[in-house]
Design a protein around this ligand. Sequence first.
Ligand code: NIG
Ligand code: FE
Length: 420
Amino acid sequence: MKQNRIIKNVRIVTPLGHEARKGEAMRHLHTVEHGIIVIVDGVIEYAGEEKACPAELLALHTYEYTDGEGRVALPGFVDSHTHLVFGGYRPDEFSWRLKGDTYMSIMERGGGIQSTVNATRSCTADDMAAKARWFLRRMSEMGVTTVEAKSGYGLDLDTERRQLEAIRQLADDPSTGLNVVSTFLGAHAVPTEYKGRTSEYVDYLIAEMLPAFRDMARCCDVFCEKNVFEIEDSRRLLKAARDMGYSLKLHADEIVTLGGAELAAELGALSADHLLHVSDEGVRLMAEAGVVATLLPLTAFALKEPYAPARKFIEAGGAVALATDLNPGSCFSGSIPLTIALACIYMQMSIEETVTALTLNGAAALGMAAECGSLEKGKRGDVAILEFDNINYLPYYVGMNCVRTTIHAGRVVYDAPRPE
Ligand code: NIG
Ligand code: FE
């Protein structure tokens, strides 16, 4: 559902460009006082000063109107790493972690991802899509207009397919009000039926699943981790995926320093994600190869792990994206406000860098920087209007939602209730 819309009387704040902004350039946001955004058939025709807007454009179409009342308009946020389609929940594991259990020890006992796999295997695609819709609604209230969703809780052909079908339902349903992009993560864990036979499971992924899902997923991802899929198995899987035309992503160096970042650089992945324990060499190689570092501070927070070294990536001239990692295990949160606060307070990212990381660089981490992630002509009309006239409120209003109105392809998909 695309619309013609004029958003007037806004302070436009946006990164500019059609690819990831790197290093020092992450800080540069383009600001327009007294701005207007003209969206025609879901696409931005003009974003700039109101007085410079061509009069013929305003006369050419009929429009819906939104008055921004002088508030900030940002590009809609891009949450480029989530696992939002799954069966069941795991609150008990969270309580065990509070008492000292670790994420990996729970996984090694057959809990963790495998326990969500067991629950997901008994769900239909409709069940999963209905549940995910609830999360998507919350996300669009926080200004998210593009979201990536991974499979990876099936680990067999049929269930992975149902997960990808659920993601497709969400992507095709205009009422969700977000652009949903799918990633195949069959290599999320070694399923119990393949215990001790990791490389046979990788053979199965390459022979059966990758070809079957070629039209259902844009990217292929792997949990590249010690005792899960180590470097050689990850390389083999990702090379096969790349040969079939998938873009590549990796869960890399999350728990230990394994060399996932180096592998991402070697293979020209779109992004490597997590990176809590990345080596200095990994940082350098990723920056050199133009691989986006997608950092997930909510996961570090929830697991009580040190935060990823955002400054090292930026100082090495790399591109950083931020995402939530919403999932039922390591991080059951899709909070954009808390992501922003943690990035600014604990990862020493500036507010401007944080905005770039959640918009244009998130889009680049999905290979979509030409379509969305900034407010400029030719991009999709995805806009988050804040309650405030200044982006400094984003981390200052800690963990609280600053978004007043979310617009996707020109259509208002969320409008905060106004006090009487
Ligand atoms: O990104 N680390 C692997 N995958 C997810 C967690 C998935 C789960 O615990 O269910 C992550 O943190
Ligand atoms: Fe993840």
